[in-house]
Design a protein around this ligand. Structure first.
Ligand SMILES: *[C@@H]1O[C@H](CO)[C@@H](O)[C@H](O)[C@H]1NC(C)=O
Ligand SMILES: *[C@@H]1O[C@H](CO)[C@@H](O)[C@H](O)[C@H]1NC(C)=O
Ligand SMILES: *[C@@H]1O[C@H](CO)[C@@H](O)[C@H](O)[C@H]1NC(C)=O
Ligand SMILES: *[C@@H]1O[C@H](CO)[C@@H](O)[C@H](O)[C@H]1NC(C)=O
Length: 297
């Protein structure tokens, strides 16, 4: 009865997500951003809890996974996971850093940081871009290297982007990474301060979702139903869900906000299974009841 299970699961999730949108924080009138607790902290709109299969109140790409495994709140940028260290909702800024970065003085950037062109996030002016060259087999002799990352004769270097000395770095170094760090976390001496830079992370700002502005300007919060593939915009207002902003007339009924075809299929299929099962048992009961009466004619 896997499908029946799915049916119940779906109804439960649907119910949960509707109640989630209605939760304590957003009963009319809406005065505060919707919030949720996550990995020991409290986060607010436009971020949303990643585990919302049938819809969320927030911006696409702003889902936070809450680290049941102890990793804490994590946001993904271009597929890479970063720990969330700080969010300032009045400035629209957040501070991220690599997950699993060691707390020692000599962390190594596991990869560069990539922001998609289409991303709602961009760097603030408070970052410096660092360029790391790891395990170089050949290097200009006069430059200071990161001593703690020396492996035999291989050395590693770090520079500020825009001030990288002329050299065939990519030709002689095993890996390179471009990493933003908060400007004030690194002082004059990069080869000593880079660890603090990596540990303190980098700062991003986010812009309002374009399609969302009219909703927010009218006092609502933007949301999406139907999962990532068939995203369906709605505006969550004190009077309920509207199609584009809080001045729209008419509340959008919940059932047309769920174009999750797989789930709908499950519900329909589940319903059929229930009906078929009923029918089957009724038939058996009938046969069972008729039997003792004696031979049929
Ligand atoms: C957020 O940023 C504003 C403006 O820079 C600042 O005044 C405020 O103290 C910050 N809030 C937090 C919680 O850091
Ligand atoms: C990392 O180091 C900072 C200060 O150096 C300290 O406050 C913090 O507790 C340390 N964190 C862990 C997980 O060891
Ligand atoms: C992103 O922007 C860069 C430079 O502006 C461009 O070369 C690249 O094709 C863009 N990528 C996408 C996926 O739009
Ligand atoms: C550099 O090479 C050493 C082994 O020679 C390796 O253990 C280390 O992970 C390498 N570092 C990087 C950043 O690739």
């Amino acid at each position: 009865m896997a499908s029946l299970f799915h049916l119940f699961l779906y109804i439960t999730l649907l119910h949960t997500s509707i109640n989630g949108f209605n939760g304590h924080s957003i009963k009319p009138p809406i005065t505060a951003r919707p919030y949720f607790s996550c990995g020991g902290g409290v986060f607010r709109y436009p971020f949303w809890h990643q585990d919302q299969p049938s819809g969320y109140c927030g911006y696409p790409g702003f889902g936070i996974s809450c680290g049941g495994d102890g990793s804490g709140p994590v946001l993904r940028l271009s597929g890479d996971a970063y720990s969330i260290m700080k969010i300032n909702y009045s400035e629209n800024t957040l501070t991220l850093r690599y997950v699993d970065i060691n707390n020692g003085s000599c962390p190594r950037a596991p990869h560069g940081v990539t922001l998609d062109n289409s991303s709602a996030f961009s760097y603030t002016a408070r970052n410096n871009m660092l360029r790391f060259f790891y395990n170089c087999t050949l290097y200009p002799p006069s430059l200071p290297s990161m001593e703690c990352l020396r492996h035999g004769t291989k050395r590693s270097y770090v520079f500020i982007v825009g001030a990288v000395p002329e050299f065939d770095w990519s030709g002689y170094c095993e890996t390179t990474a471009t990493v933003p760090v908060i400007e004030k976390s690194v002082g004059g001496d990069l080869v000593d301060d880079f660890g603090r830079g990596i540990r303190e992370g980098f700062e991003l700002t986010w812009r309002s979702d374009g399609g969302c502005r009219s909703c927010e300007d009218s006092g609502g919060f933007c949301g999406y139903g139907g999962g990532d593939l068939h995203r369906n915009f709605f505006c969550f207002c004190s009077g309920g869900r509207r199609s584009s902003n809080c001045h729209n007339n008419g509340v959008v009924p919940i059932n047309i906000l769920q174009p999750n075809f797989a789930a709908i299929g499950t519900v329909v299929f589940g319903g059929l299974m229930v009906a078929a099962t009923f029918f089957y048992f009724i038939q058996r009961r009938k046969i069972g009841l008729y039997k003792p009466v004696g031979p049929v004619k």
